[in-house]
Design a protein around this ligand. Structure first.
Ligand SMILES: NC(=O)c1ccc[n+]([C@@H]2O[C@H](COP(=O)([O-])OP(=O)(O)OC[C@H]3O[C@@H](n4cnc5c(N)ncnc54)[C@H](O)[C@@H]3O)[C@@H](O)[C@H]2O)c1
Ligand SMILES: N[C@H](C(=O)O)[C@H](O)COP(=O)(O)O
Length: 321
């Protein structure tokens, strides 16, 4: 059995309804050994389900984490911030203890957690700390494109200073290793974006390519890692390069993710590489404007479940070998 935990996310957003309204019958048919546990407030989830969740009791459980205050669609409440983190902690610890073979996260509202006085950048950073991982990488994947990021939830002002040879080396090592381990790519070819326009224009538009990125890639190539770049990011995302790329490494969030989401929004998943556990997520946020209306698209949650299931199956196969 592959047991996946689904954290149902910000209670005022679309996460609870997307999770409770999953096409369970179809999913359990498609993945005959899949078991799902929805993690969140039981009454809030049952209220949003279309069929009684007990219908699938052999394959579907709810792990009840009580809301602090009743939730209302579209209305954030700082009192429920800790609830959201409790669902994540339960799932992550369950994965570390092999109760679950992976966790799939519905969206959380980062701002309300911070407004509650709890510093929180995102699941990626939260899980890195909770699991004690040395370095994690945010990678979003859709059919035909995987984009990994060197920096994640960082103000643009701080990005350039944070790109160092050691960070770049760690990020590339983790990406390379997990593309091999979870995606069965024997010798991944990673295409790397420059940081500056035109990859620095020979030093006239920034020195990071010459001083940091090129020497680091040169060093890593000597270890046998296939790397192309740094290439100008505006033309890297074209077929000429993408047809040879197993993944693209972007230097910052909005260099890589708009391209990925333009190609695959609704059919993409966010995957945290480098964790000791498997974690996949949706490609969208809490969409407070849609919450409770029953019109939010389920595609990305299904994609995240698919990646989570396949990664867990790949790891189980590796462990048996
Ligand atoms: N995995 C996550 O936890 C995650 C991912 C992205 C954003 N967020 C958080 O979500 C909050 C809101 O972020 P945002 O407004 O930038 O992005 P958003 O994805 O919530 O909304 C952007 C636009 O996409 C639409 N949209 C989103 N999901 C949709 C779906 N399933 N079906 C149809 N339309 C959908 C929304 O209606 C909106 O127009 C922020 O706090 C952000 O940090 C969380
Ligand atoms: N950067 C993600 C995106 O834009 O889709 C999103 O904020 C989620 O990040 P976490 O998985 O770290 O919460």
């Amino acid at each position: 059995m592959i047991k996946l935990a689904i954290t149902t996310g910000e209670p005022a957003g679309i996460g609870p309804e997307l999770s409770a309204q999953l096409p369970f019958e179809q999913l359990f048919h498609q993945y005959p050994d899949l078991h799902l546990t929805l993690i969140g407030d039981q009454a809030w989830l049952e209220q949003q389900a279309k069929v009684p969740l007990t219908t699938f009791e052999q394959r579907l459980s709810i792990h009840h984490v009580p809301l602090t205050e009743a939730a209302t669609h579209g209305q954030l409440n700082t009192k429920n911030a800790q609830y959201v983190l409790d669902t994540l902690t339960h799932a992550a610890k369950g994965c570390m203890n092999d109760v679950y073979q992976g966790m799939v996260t519905a969206p959380v509202q980062k701002s309300v957690i911070n407004d509650a006085g709890i510093p929180f950048s995102g699941h990626t950073e939260f899980l890195e700390e909770l699991t004690g991982a040395k370095k994690v990488v945010m990678m979003l994947a859709t059919q035909g494109l995987k984009v990994a990021l060197v920096t994640t939830h960082l103000p643009l002002r701080d990005v350039a200073d944070s790109i160092t040879p050691s960070l770049l080396t760690e990020i590339i090592h983790v990406t390379h290793q997990d593309l091999q381990g979870y995606f069965g790519i024997e010798n991944p070819h990673i295409y790397v974006c420059g940081l500056n326009p035109h990859a620095g224009e020979g030093g006239h538009l920034g020195m990071e390519e010459i001083e940091i990125i090129e020497p680091t890639l040169h060093q890593l190539r000597s270890e046998g890692i296939q790397l192309t770049g740094p290439l100008p990011a505006d033309t890297l995302f074209t077929d000429k390069y993408l047809k040879h790329a197993d993944a693209v490494l972007a230097m910052y969030h909005d260099q890589g993710l708009p391209v990925l989401k333009y190609k695959g929004f609704g059919n993409a998943a966010n995957i945290t590489l480098g964790l000791p556990i498997i974690r996949t997520s949706v490609d969208h946020g809490t969409a407070l404007d849609l919450a409770g209306k029953g019109i939010a698209d389920q595609g990305s949650l299904l994609t995240a479940i698919d990646y989570g299931y396949k990664m867990a199956a790949a790891r189980a196969k590796r462990q048996r070998a």
